[in-house]
Design a protein around this ligand. Structure first.
Ligand code: MN
Length: 536
């Protein structure tokens, strides 16, 4: 089926007319959302994954938000080889200069300046007239052009801006040197037909050179972010701003994996494509879930656990005869490992490594040694090792949570109707040895209190989950713990056949993260200001 309306000629793109650039903002719009904050190492790992996935532009953060954000953007910019590194900046000199400095080491850099253009924002947020907004946009773009390879201009709240004024601002931004013009639906208000109409108007009315690309940035408040982004593409937009798993402000941004697979599966309809390696979509989704401690809903399109599961008898019967009966894409197309191979005690290192990599884990030799040893121990306890078990082994190892503290002893006892007690012994990498005991409401609480005393870290628990991993009564327990301190969330995982020990490992991972963070930031406060105004 082809779409009679798709824009073959697409004057709004310089390369192939059908090439849609994927601008990933997982580490900016996504990361600034409650529950999704990531520490520096987590951001670097995610950035590497996004480059491997093949995103065209990676928005690494908002350097003016905090020294921590600045440092993260600078590190990511230095790391990327082929992906354009992008930094967000308000239309003010300090932000733009900071973004330029953060991007200094990038192979390819983009400064993304944004300014509100809607009457509501002009009057109530900025206190600026149309002319003042126009002048500020031009001054911002002109300043940014000198500091990066390319400049993107975003008109915040574009979709509630008078169309003719928006076209005037975009024309001025393009004349000043912006090569990407982004029209965000900041508040997630529009419908696909309206978005298409607005992009068609802009493409027809903005004065610009041939290299200028129009971009969409849609929010999911009405569940329309992906539909709206695709409508913008249908009307000629050639950049889509999106995030892995659709994370982002409020109800989130458009989900990258959904946009990409819609264009791939329905390529004939859209007449467009991306350069994303779709087999890395599932690993990228899992990595983000792992780094943020936020699981993906089972029914999530493309990457949810049920996305390719066929439970009903009628569907299973159809699937066995021909996959096409109920499947419009193959699980392996999005990187879900096709085999249901079960590993056991006789499986070797190579099989383990292959399986872990298929599940999206990056494994070096040292990690493989450690996981293989634990795999063998587990294989003695359990007959069959399933994917869930392997995930848990790889996550439980949690390389990001290594040191400075190591737990050498853990004892707990529960007292019927009288709480519990725990004692721990820890060794610090500087040689210190600490032993502490504490009472608590239950064994897990007692362990947390003992760890607090031993390490001097406050563990204010905001979420605690224990779940069985794999199948059967011999399943392992996985503990996921989130605590809040210094205005940010900290996540830890632990896996063990003993759930109290799993919880202790999760808590220790957090203690280590906080300790390492403090060591990395002795000169700067941990507090992260996200109060720099709403962003596009
Ligand atoms: Mn946004």
């Amino acid at each position: 089926m082809t779409n009679p309306q798709h824009n073959e000629s697409s004057e709004a793109g310089d390369v192939a007319a059908g090439h849609v650039r994927i601008f990933d903002t997982t580490l900016r719009d996504g990361e600034q959302t409650p529950g999704f904050s990531m520490d520096r190492r987590a951001k670097l790992r995610m950035a590497q994954m996004l480059e491997a996935l093949g995103v065209d532009v990676l928005e690494a953060g908002f350097p003016a938000a905090s020294p921590d954000d600045f440092a993260a953007v600078a590190q990511i910019a230095g790391l990327l080889k082929t992906t354009t590194a992008c930094a967000l900046a308000r239309c003010v000199p300090g932000d733009i200069d900071g973004a330029g400095r953060a991007l200094e080491n990038a192979q390819r850099s983009r400064i993304h300046v944004f300014l509100s253009t809607s009457p509501l924002h002009r009057e109530h947020k900025l206190g600026m007239s149309r002319q003042q907004v126009l002048d500020a946009a031009v001054a911002g773009v002109e300043r940014a052009v000198r500091l990066a390879h390319e400049v993107e201009f975003s008109a915040e709240d574009a979709m509630r801006t008078e169309p003719e004024f928006l076209a005037e601002v975009f024309s001025a931004a393009a004349a000043a040197g912006a090569t990407t013009l982004n029209a965000p639906d900041t508040v997630g208000y529009l419908t696909p037909a309206e978005i298409a109409e607005r992009f068609a108007y802009l493409i027809a009315n903005v004065k610009r050179g041939r290299r200028v690309v129009f971009s969409s940035h849609c929010h999911n408040d009405l569940g329309l972010a992906v539909a709206n982004s695709l409508a913008a593409v249908g009307a000629g937009a050639r950049q889509v701003e999106c995030t892995i798993n659709g994370i982002g402000e409020r109800a989130g941004n458009a989900a990258l994996e959904e946009i990409v697979m819609a264009m791939k599966v329905r390529g004939a309809w859209f007449g467009t494509d991306t350069r994303i390696d779709t087999r890395k979509l599932y690993p990228a989704s899992r990595l983000l879930a792992e780094l943020t401690g936020q699981p993906v809903p089972r029914n999530k399109a493309i990457v949810g656990a049920n996305a390719f599961a066929h439970e009903s008898g009628i569907h299973q019967h159809g699937m066995l005869k021909h996959r096409g009966t109920y499947e419009i894409m193959r699980p392996e197309d999005v990187g879900i490992a096709e085999t249901k191979l079960v590993l056991g005690k006789h499986s070797g290192r190579a099989a383990l490594r292959q399986r872990l990599e298929a599940l999206g884990h990056e494994i070096d030799e040292a990690a493989l040694d450690e996981i293989f040893a634990r795999f063998k121990t587990l294989a003695d306890q359990k007959r069959e090792i399933h994917d869930d078990d392997l995930d848990a082994l790889a996550r439980g190892r949690d390389p990001d949570a290594a040191g400075p503290w190591r737990m050498t002893r853990l004892d707990t006892s529960a007292h019927l109707a009288a709480g519990a007690s725990a004692s721990v012994k820890l060794v610090h990498e500087d040689g210190r040895e600490v032993a502490e005991a504490a009472l608590g409401d239950g064994p897990v609480d007692a362990v947390l209190r003992a760890l607090e005393r031993a390490t001097g870290t406050t563990l204010e628990v905001t979420r605690f989950e224990i779940r069985a991993v794999g199948e059967g009564a011999d399943a392992q327990g996985e503990a996921r713990l989130t605590t809040r301190s210094a205005a940010r969330d900290w996540h830890g995982h632990g896996v063990s056949t003993d759930i109290v020990e799993a919880a202790a490992q999760a808590a220790l991972a957090i203690v280590n993260r906080i300790a390492r963070h403090a060591a990395d930031h002795t000169a700067t406060p941990v507090t992260k200001s996200k109060q720099l105004g709403t962003t596009a």
